[in-house]
Design a protein around this ligand. Structure first.
Ligand SMILES: [Zn+2]
Length: 341
């Protein structure tokens, strides 16, 4: 086990004791070790999920709740020499704004802001590979979606793509600006959860078609466990089932595709974090090359010596957080990672 992981485990064990002393993390970028970062006090996403006997999170636990308090995000004043990358974490798209629910209008406005300010979408896996094939001067931004809600990718009754779903909006912007806006985003999907609208985008007859369409277009599909399982509560058997079986099922549905990145539900790590990297389920080995957190702020550049591909921060796509970080990098463009000349 590597030193950072040991550090993380210690942090996880003692994080609760440190809550009062760690309400902010100004040293986050200077010391991006895993100490205490998961202990985000008062975070709605950190609340223990409700489960049924099979370990599935209940619909009630996943349901959108009217919580207006923004998720706390460390706001570092440190200046990483190699720049940072925004990885935005969206959930549902709808007609109005609520906790983990963004209006289609505002989602589109945020995508247009990114395009107009010179950001280029990339997949998460491109980041862990060091952004190969991106042109010099590119400012990559990574748009991620958790929980595979139907509002992310919906077909209308006539079979057409819903223009107000997240995929419909991304596709429309791409059609208008194909050179500026490639079809890149990463979808962390669920396979069997109490909440049919969140099982592989909620239209079971079209699930495989959607998954294959996404990867054919250039998007990335990653795993978010089978059932939105809180990995910190599971034994090794349960953890390897959630990681290994979700990967196997997705790769079965998407021929010739390798699922490589993962998003831990609730930002919650297994007690043995090595199982995120590799394990065995029913005799079949699995591996993941990256994992994203549920919060944390902008991510370190993949070229930063402290970059850890299994502990990648994200910005919760909540209006205040988005506004803060968009403005932060507009005011301090030198702090953003740009593909070197
Ligand atoms: Zn989730």
């Amino acid at each position: 086990m590597s030193l950072p992981k040991i550090t993380f485990l210690l942090g996880a064990l003692f994080g609760a004791l440190a809550l009062s002393a760690c309400s902010t993390a100004d040293t986050q970028q200077a010391q991006p070790a895993r100490v205490f970062v998961t202990a985000t006090p008062g975070s709605p996403a950190d609340a223990p999920p409700e489960r049924n006997l099979s370990g599935q999170v209940t619909l009630q636990a996943l349901a959108v709740s009217p919580i207006s308090t923004p998720l706390p995000t460390p706001r570092s004043t440190a200046k990483p020499s190699l720049g940072q990358v925004m990885i935005l974490e969206y959930h549902s798209i709808g007609d109005y704004e609520d906790y983990l629910l963004r209006s289609a209008e505002n989602f589109r406005a945020e995508m247009e802001y990114l395009r107009e300010h010179g950001y280029t979408p990339a997949n998460l896996i491109q980041m862990t590979e060091g952004f190969p094939n991106l042109s010099p001067g590119t400012k990559p931004v990574i748009i991620t979606f958790d929980d595979s809600d139907i509002s992310q990718f919906r077909y209308l009754d006539d079979g057409s793509l819903d223009p107000d779903s997240a995929v419909g909006i991304l596709y429309d912007i791409h059609q208008q600006h194909p050179d500026q806006w490639p079809l890149k985003a990463t979808f962390y999907v669920l396979l069997d959860v109490n909440g049919p609208q969140r099982i592989l985008f909620g239209q079971p007859e079209s699930a495989e078609k959607k998954l294959n369409w996404l990867v054919e277009q250039g998007f990335e599909v990653g795993s978010h466990t089978i059932s939105h399982f809180d990995l910190a509560t599971g034994n090794g058997y349960q953890v390897q089932y959630q990681l290994g079986e979700s990967q196997r099922l997705l790769e079965e549905k998407i021929p010739d595709y390798k699922v490589r990145s993962f998003a831990v539900p609730f930002g919650s790590f297994p007690l043995n974090p090595d199982l995120l990297e590799e394990g065995v389920w029913e005799g079949r080995p699995y591996t993941y090359t990256s994992n994203v957190m549920a919060w944390g702020g902008p991510a370190l550049s993949p070229y930063d010596p402290d970059f850890d591909s299994y502990y990648i921060f994200r910005i919760v796509a909540e209006p205040n957080e988005i506004a803060y970080w968009f403005d932060h990098f507009e005011q301090n463009p030198e702090l953003y990672y740009t593909v070197p000349q």
